[in-house]
Design a protein around this ligand. Sequence first.
Ligand code: F6P
Length: 538
Amino acid sequence: MSPQWSELQQLAAQPFSLRQAFADDPKRARRYQLQACGISLDYSKNLINDQRWASLQALAKQSDILPLRQRMLAGEAINHTEQRSVGHMQLRLPDAAIKQLTDQALAADILRCRDRMTALVNQLHQGSYLGYTGKAITDLIWVGIGGSLLGPQMTCEALRPFSKSPVRIHFAGNIDGAVVSDICQDLDPETSLVVVASKSFGTEETRQNALSLRHWFTQSGADKKAIALHFWATSSNIEAAAEFGIQPEHILPMWDWVGGRYSIWSAIGLPLALQLGMAQFNAFLAGAHAMDQHFLEADLATSMPVTLALLGVLYINGMGCQSQALLPYNHYLRLLPSYVQQLDMESNGKQVDHQGNLLPYATAPVIWGDAGTNGQHAYHQLLHQSQQLIPADFILAAKPQHQQPDHQLRLAAHCFAQTQALMQGKTVAEATAECLQQGMTPQQAATLAPHKASPGNKPSNTLLLPELSPYYLGALIALYEHKVFCQGAIWQLNSFDQWGVELGKQLSGPIYQTLSKNEHPQFDSSTNQLIAIMRGHL
Ligand code: F6P
């Protein structure tokens, strides 16, 4: 552990009152706020003072953030356990900048992919993509999981008000047959297009869902040729996709230098491009690119991703926090917590450093949350009054995408009030005074006051977007990507592999074999027993 870590831990152990900090410094909000790409970050309601902040800045300076960023930009294989470089930022460069890339073959590849996406989107918008019985395509079924699903699903939901597509979009991720069953029940294969989104083209859930959909086509009379017409893929495994029956002209590329959870900027963004049209999809890319520029150009002290990363490090490593709430006060952003869950937890949920040594500190937090104000009537109670310290990010878009009068200001008032309540809390004395004012006897007030009191001193960030447009959504996602990158650099781990998910995949194979062949189970006694009970119910 470097001296910065010990200093941070010592400072974090000292008493600190947010309420007092605001009372002492009327300029606190102005001192602890940042602007980037039109997004405002108010981080004044965090458990920081000048000393703690200086210590965090020192930690950032001596960390791997700048060298690792340099190595990423230079195309080095910083995902060293998979020998892959990390190039998703290139995917949101404007066309002109792509043409300037040193690797001209790569530049041509990216631009070709954009052109192919544009052509498909235009055909679908114009109704000129005809199915095997001559009818225009009305529905697109996107089959994928993890990074091949969460991005398209979350962004399509987030930008639903900007939709200009006559083609409806459906998502099939879970291997639970209910998902595909519901889709098949509602749609007609003659007017449906299936896109199998899998970088590896080997993920079991995706393969199974794709096979079931292919079977649905066959049952409706579609032959090989018809299936070839109705199936597309986005994959880096061309052979496997072709073997499945997808023609090479229908395979959009995925590159091994783009991780699944960083792939919304690639052809994995096709559903969003379809929903928005290419012009607005490009605005989405432009927002992310603007955040990249901020990340590359701002110094550490004024960098928004670095700031978010350092605050997270303070809570996780300085104060022992294990989770982080992500609370979008925006109905359309309600899938953002699931998206950031994968981004953060799959990237930084690691136990060893680059050399494979056990890390002497905790890393990624458990990310959770849902749209405000729903959470206020569920888990906010715990945020306010439990003894757990859970930092929260509140996200609000100022301008609404609806015309309902008065809703937006009420929504904003709740968002701001929550951060205020978490910060200042309510003392026992204040709760007692409130009870007395309501006409209670001193005895009644003394009994109730401890239950009504809130400790306060609970940290939060507020991210304020001008509106939830393609541009600002792109910037917001890139902001969280870079935050995760910075934390991974500080923790000295590989944020770009995900070996932990493999064991479960490996073990499910033999269990499936045993279940499907009705063999005698020879696993641990718990698994054997569960198999027996399940069989009893089938
Ligand atoms: O669950 C692990 C994972 O590899 C994710 O990282 C990835 O996004 C997802 O599976 C899907 O992978 P693929 O696109 O190869 O089907």
